[in-house]
Ligand binder design. Structure first.
Ligand code: 13P
Ligand code: SF4
Length: 347
């Protein structure tokens, strides 16, 4: 951590908390008070009282914190342009049209389960229809919870997390439909049999991983265990030994015996840090893929935020970095996030 950031953190004391997502670069992680996957960050941040939460991650994550924030809290994003192309792959209008088309297609409403990697208006939609947010760490639990009621689930926006979760739950192809970007529905099954409608979105960072990368790394390192994030393609998840959230990946490697060899299929900065944190294991990226949005947080923009908090010029200098959600969607979006937390804690 640089000297000035250390001084500012000391000066701001309990007023300030810096959460950082696992994909942040090492120099940002070194400044963070909380590090985690998107579920851990959402839960941990919702239980703190600090007035200033400087969220090192991307916008949908900071928005999630703003939805659950208390009235006196300010959520600040050091890189105000740190978006997520996957979250941009569905608008509220598309989601509403898809909900209508699904109803016409199978004669009943689906429950929307919205991946954390979506903006507040979509989280609010799932709250309004009795659904929930989910993250990669709990998608199986959340889907199982809703599928038990014999109501179809509309999962959005990540097709890959959806299909990889469906495979874990042994849902056959005839019970799955894909909802294309123009809201048309494609399936090989009968409308009345469909359990899962999957929106056709994806993460470009995770689409780059291929089964050839896994084959190559297995040839190069006999005995290697391959672990991937479930945003990878279905064939890539099937070729890996384990799949799970960033926190799951971190914990699994942490618990593994010294001397084990790991090939990791997710964002490169994270893989490098896991390798540095556990030098007694051999850890390799299966391919070097960066999330350019996560990389937009820098020591400079983090320091500018802390300086502006300390001299009370935040609102004046950086209004675009203060993340909030309109009150008209906040309540339903909070319901949807809280539904996720209750389902996870009950199971
Ligand atoms: P995690 O919830 O596993 O940290 O994933 C967030 C993400 O954006 C992965 O691309
Ligand atoms: Fe979005 Fe993919 Fe980056 Fe995650 S890795 S924030 S899903 S672009």
């Amino acid at each position: 951590m640089n000297k000035r950031i250390r001084e500012l953190k000391k000066q701001l004391g309990d007023q300030l908390i810096i959460p950082a997502h696992h994909y942040q670069k090492q120099e940002i992680i070194a400044c963070a008070d909380i590090i985690g996957d998107s579920y851990k960050l959402a839960v941990d941040v919702s239980s703190i009282d600090a007035e200033y939460i400087v969220f090192c991650g991307v916008k949908f994550m900071a928005e999630g914190a703003a939805i659950l924030a208390k009235e006196h809290q300010r959520i600040i994003l050091p890189a105000s342009n740190a978006g997520c192309p996957m979250a941009d792959m569905i608008s509220i209008d598309q989601a509403e049209t898809a909900m209508q088309n699904i109803h016409e297609f199978c004669g009943q409403s689906a429950i929307p389960v919205v991946y954390m990697n979506a903006y507040g208006d979509l989280k609010a939609l799932s709250g309004r229809y009795g659904g929930s947010v989910c993250t990669s760490s709990n998608a199986q639990k959340i889907m199982t919870h809703y599928l038990q009621n014999n109501t179809p689930v509309f999962f959005l926006p990540d097709y890959c997390l959806g299909i990889n979760t469906a495979r874990e739950l042994s849902i056959p192809d005839e019970q799955i439909a894909i909802v294309r970007q123009d809201c048309t529905i494609e399936t090989t099954g009968k409308p009345e049999d469909i359990k899962l409608f999957l929106w056709d979105g994806n993460c470009r960072v995770h689409q780059r991983f291929t089964t050839e990368h896994i084959e190559r790394i297995r040839d190069e390192h006999p005995g290697i265990r391959v672990i991937v994030h479930p945003e990878v393609r279905e064939q890539v998840a099937a070729a890996a030994d384990y799949a799970g959230s960033t926190q799951y990946i971190y914990n699994t490697i942490q618990k593994a015996p010294a001397g084990t060899i790991w090939g990791v299929g997710t964002e490169y900065n994270f893989v490098s840090r896991v390798a540095a944190d556990f030098p007694e294991k051999s850890i390799f990226p299966i391919f070097e893929s960066h999330c350019s949005n996560m990389e937009k947080t820098t020591i400079n923009n983090l320091q500018y935020m802390l300086e502006a908090i300390a001299d009370d010029t935040l609102l004046l200098k950086y209004p675009d970095h203060i993340i909030s959600v309109p009150e008209s969607i906040r309540k339903d979006a909070a319901l949807s996030l809280n539904n996720m937390i209750s389902i996870v804690q009950e199971n």
